[in-house]
Design a binder for this molecule. Structure first.
Ligand code: ADP
Length: 334
């Protein structure tokens, strides 16, 4: 049975439809990400789950209970935001202990639970420090410990890492996933960063314009985008019209869809038996870490390729190349 269920949820503010027909089924202990551009309704889903906002219609269930008449504080839903919102005049220990003290637990139990959480987030040594003495990443770990210590049924994370710089963000993504596995807790993360979604999630719900555009494992979403929106949003897919792809790969292909997507790294220099051939002129190449991205031109269509930068593999601008793609890497979009 699903642990968190949204059934045909919609939300409207006056004339503005913010969510329409949202259906989600999340398993206990699953790490799910809502991924989509700003304004598509991700935070609104979290606000509805936490009870901060009511849905205009539909049903929300957590652990088998309908949330309609359950107040935010009785839902046992934790929340972590981009702004850490720690109490500035309290130490790390006091910040983390705050929530369980409110539950009127005995002092020794509080000490033990807070100690465990601080260990889990790697901040045992900082327990006497004040928030202003900590880095952004450390403050966010305190906020995480403060939410986890009361053992919520579900933890909602609204862009918790967006304010941190890239390196710390990557590090915390790994830690967050490890903590979630250790506690076996259901977590729902909101992000607009597709790499972040790919690296932490069991499952991703890609959202667009108040609807779920596609759901699946990171690998399913990455390798089989269903629409042009998802193809563009989750990677740097090349999207071709039926006519363009027909010209590029020859007339011997049965084309049923109007649009097709090919990942830049699926376009190779080496042919295999079944390969489609693409002839194209190299444009500019740019280096992006270990990957070289090259723009090609063919028949008034521009597309990009990506190759690992493990040897001198740059294309010469202005030269014509024979490139190849496998038929299964040409993905029909709906
Ligand atoms: P996201 O988290 O994907 O960036 P939000 O869920 O925050 O998106 O917002 C979705 C849409 O709902 C936005 O267009 C936003 O302007 C609108 N919205 C959010 N809160 C309100 C509100 N209280 N009144 C009117 N419109 C709102």
């Amino acid at each position: 049975m699903s642990y968190v269920v949204l059934k045909d949820v919609y939300k409207q503010y006056k004339d503005t439809k913010v969510l329409s027909g949202i259906d989600m089924n999340i398993r206990d202990g699953e790490f799910v990400t809502l991924l989509g551009p700003s304004g598509c309704g991700k935070s609104t889903i979290l606000r509805i789950l936490s009870g901060l906002t009511d849905a205009t219609g539909g049903q929300v269930m957590i652990d088998g209970k309908d949330m309609k008449k359950i107040s935010p504080k009785n839902r046992r839903v934790g929340m972590v935001f981009q702004s850490y919102a720690l109490f500035p005049n309290m130490t790390v220990y006091e910040n983390v202990a705050f929530g369980i003290k409110m539950l009127k637990k005995p002092e020794n139990e509080v000490g033990e639970l807070v100690g465990k959480m601080l260990n889990l987030v790697g901040l045992q040594e900082k327990k006497e420090a004040y928030p202003h003495e900590l880095s952004g990443g450390q403050q966010q770990r305190v906020a995480l410990a403060r939410s986890l210590v009361v053992r919520p049924k579900v933890l909602l994370l609204d862009e918790p890492l967006s304010a941190l710089d890239a390196q710390i963000r990557k590090h915390l993504q790994v830690e967050l996933r490890a903590i979630q596995r250790e506690l076996d807790m259901t977590m729902i993360l909101v992000t607009h960063d597709q790499e972040e979604a790919m690296s932490v999630s069991d499952r991703i719900f890609v959202m667009n314009n108040g609807k779920i555009a596609q759901e699946g494992t990171p690998s399913e979403i990455y390798t089989h985008p269903k629409t042009e929106f998802v193809a563009n949003f989750i990677g740097r897919y090349n999207v071709f019209s039926k006519e363009q792809i027909g010209k590029l790969i020859g007339k011997n292909v049965a084309l049923s869809a109007d649009k097709y997507a090919i990942r830049p790294e699926s376009i190779h220099l080496q042919a295999q038996v079944s390969s489609y051939k693409l002839s194209a002129i190299a444009g500019d190449s740019i280096m992006n870490g270990n990957v070289i991205r090259t723009t090609f031109h063919a028949d008034n269509k521009q597309f990009t390729t990506e190759q690992l930068h493990h040897r001198a593999s740059t294309f010469e601008k202005g030269m014509e190349y024979q490139l190849f793609v496998e038929p299964e890497d040409v993905i029909a979009l709906s």
